[in-house]
Design a protein around this ligand. Structure first.
Ligand SMILES: *Cc1c(COP(=O)(O)O)cnc(C)c1O
Length: 625
């Protein structure tokens, strides 16, 4: 059944939703996980169903079918381009597991790619161990990147000897000699690749991670020396791949084109000296259009998956043809582009703070002149003088506050002054809105007056990049998203940290310091979704204030459009969060008893004891009161 979409897409879901998220004609956010228009589910009903089984927000909802749709789309893009340009080799994807280590994610992608030689990319010993537990097809690649010690290299060599499809990438000159040494001692050399340090850089937030000053990769001279060294050691035939990675979320296709061109030239030149080369690994970096603007700004991209694939195939082919070398297998390590859209973080509002209500302040005794002036300003403000009124009010309030510090303005006066100031700003805002003056002044005022919707979550656990790198994630209410009457608000979390907030949003005119949300209705559930959180957020999240991991569910839609909802992870308990920091449950229990003197026969109030253990065994987030 086709769903009608909303007429006025206030939240621009059609632009960032990649077809997976849309607002329907009744203002509900719908998810289309199968990548078609026929199967969809209201996220609000998923959340309500779960609440009945006591699986509450905050909640991560994962859609494995979205992962499969993305995996297919990236592969199809390359295969179509390969067909179109008559490219003489194949394409194989690998999933860089650092983007999301969740079992459901890795399992789904490995399973989804098993007929297409889809592989994995790992960058540490822990990730290598994970990678080795998957039975990848022999034609797939298990790409080993990152800094490596002897144990890492030895395990990689032994795994390769045992038949695992290891592609070991040397990231720096030292690693080339370490690999040779350990390969010799094990008596087996895996397939080898060199990571090139390209001159071309990424763009956007991770610009610095590439270029000739980057942390990773072999310089041109080191590649030449490395090829020599491998040859001298008798492993020339094991050198099969050239790899590069210019950073994540590359927002401008021009940077990608430059890098692929440079890498293709290198590949062609190396191939003349090392005929065994047959793989060009393009790394990751394919970006996600988080704000839906289709621009080369940090949280957007100015290209599609299809354009990326066409450019890659075309340029590699052109350069290889020109150099008369055979075209390599193309490998890409797109992680963010594959994963970001599969997870939605659902949060619910607890209360609204900072909402301005006009107060009756006539009975407070005030003598300060500034109060009289503020009252006059309030009564005289109109369409022609509102700018001046805000300036006057700001100055008068500042005077009152200095007076308070110096001791000659009373607490009552300060209180009345603050109320008058808010009244003036509120009145000016309404004048400006009526006049349709959407100036920067109004944006500032809206920001000042915006109430904070406090939601039951921790930014640090569930959306760490919005704090760490000012990443923008689209946010949209799950219901009533079609209402035109909305108020400007910001979102606060429940950590005791003033950074625990969301105050940069995707607005109609780019990034705005507030989001327009439907006004909460007393007694009605109020859920807001944070979208495209499926890449990097899970593993980067931390335990600030000991708020722990949240409930996680997996949702799949069958042919009949029936949703199947499974809980996969229960939210961490207080006990679990404390355990991360060295306090085991038994020790905590013991200490608690000791403090209470129970050990030396002292009495303990059992009500207190019960309360302690109940909280210890409970959720770290707030329960409904
Ligand atoms: C992080 C990383 C990736 C994944 O990058 P995305 O931007 O998520 O596609 C791929 N390859 C390497 C070597 C990486 O370090």
């Amino acid at each position: 059944m086709k769903e009608k979409t909303v007429e006025q897409d206030h939240y621009r879901a059609s632009e960032w939703g990649q077809g997976f998220f849309r607002i329907d004609g009744e203002g509900f956010l719908r998810v289309f996980p199968r990548g078609d228009d026929e199967h969809s589910v209201k996220l609000q009903s998923v959340v309500e169903n779960l609440a009945q089984t006591h699986v509450d927000t905050p909640l991560v909802v994962r859609f494995p079918q979205i992962l499969l749709s993305r995996q297919k789309r990236i592969r199809d893009a390359f295969l179509t381009a390969i067909d179109e340009y008559g490219y003489q080799a194949t394409y194989q994807g690998v999933f860089p597991v650092k983007v999301n280590h969740n079992r459901i994610v890795v399992d789904t992608l490995v399973q989804g790619g098993k007929d297409h030689d889809f592989g994995l990319e790992v960058g540490s010993k822990a990730e290598l161990c994970l990678g080795l537990t998957y039975d990848l097809s022999s034609g797939a690649f298990l790409v080993c990147n990152g800094f490596k010690d002897r144990a890492y290299l030895r395990l990689a060599c032994l795994a390769s000897q045992a038949g695992r499809p290891i592609l070991l990438i040397a990231e720096n000159p030292q690693e080339v000699s370490d690999i040779i040494e350990i390969g010799e001692s094990v008596g087996h050399m895996p397939m080898l690749g060199f990571r090139a340090r390209l001159h071309a850089q990424g763009s956007g937030r991770w610009l610095e991670s590439s270029g000739h000053k980057g942390k990773f990769g072999l310089s041109t001279m080191a590649i030449l020396e490395g090829m020599e060294a491998v040859k001298r050691a008798g492993f020339a035939s094991r050198l099969v791949a050239l790899h590069f990675h210019i950073g994540s979320q590359v927002s401008d296709i021009l940077n990608i084109k430059r890098a692929i061109k440079e890498a293709s030239r290198l590949f062609a030149a190396m191939k003349q000296k090392a005929p065994s080369l047959r793989v060009l690994d393009l790394g990751g970096g394919m970006g996600v259009d988080y704000d839906g603007s289709r621009t080369a700004t940090d949280w957007s991209v100015n290209y599609s998956i299809e354009e990326y694939a066409r450019d890659a195939v075309y340029m590699v082919k052109e350069i290889c043809d020109e150099a008369e070398v055979s075209a390599p297998i193309l490998v890409s390590e797109s992680g963010r582009a594959l994963c970001a859209s599969h997870a939605v973080f659902v949060l619910s509002s607890l209360r609204v703070i900072g909402e301005h209500e006009s107060r009756d302040y006539t009975h407070h005794r005030t003598t300060a002149n500034q109060i009289d002036d503020l009252k006059a300003t309030l009564s005289e403000v109109n369409e022609s003088n509102f700018r001046e009124a805000v300036h006057d009010a700001t100055q008068l309030l500042n005077e009152l506050l200095s007076g308070f510090r110096l001791g000659y303005v009373t607490m009552d006066e300060r209180a009345v002054g603050e109320c008058l100031y808010r009244d003036i700003c509120t009145k000016v805002r309404s004048l400006m809105i009526v006049e349709h003056k959407r100036t920067d002044d109004l944006v500032d005022l809206e920001k000042q007056l915006a109430p904070k919707v406090v939601c039951n979550f921790s930014v640090f656990m569930s959306a760490p990049d919005s704090w760490a790198v000012q990443q923008l994630f689209p946010i949209c209410p799950l219901a009533r998203a079609d209402e035109s009457r909305r108020w400007a608000a910001t979102i606060g979390d429940i950590t005791c940290d003033s950074d625990g907030k969301l105050d940069r949003f995707i607005g109609k005119r780019g990034v705005e310091p507030y989001i327009r949300l439907p006004e909460p209705v007393e007694g009605e559930p109020y859920h807001v979704g944070m979208f495209l959180t499926g890449a990097y957020q899970d593993v980067l999240g931390d335990y600030h204030n000991l708020f722990g991991t949240v409930n996680e569910v997996v949702v799949e839609l069958d042919e009949e459009n029936k949703p199947h909802i499974k809980t996969v992870v229960d939210a961490a308990t207080v006990e679990h969060s404390l355990e991360q920091f060295g306090f085991s449950f038994s020790e905590l229990a013991q200490r608690f008893m000791k403090v209470e003197g129970l050990e030396d026969g002292g009495g303990i109030d059992s009500t207190y004891q019960d309360a302690f253990f109940k909280v210890l065994k409970g959720n770290t987030y707030l329960n409904k009161i």
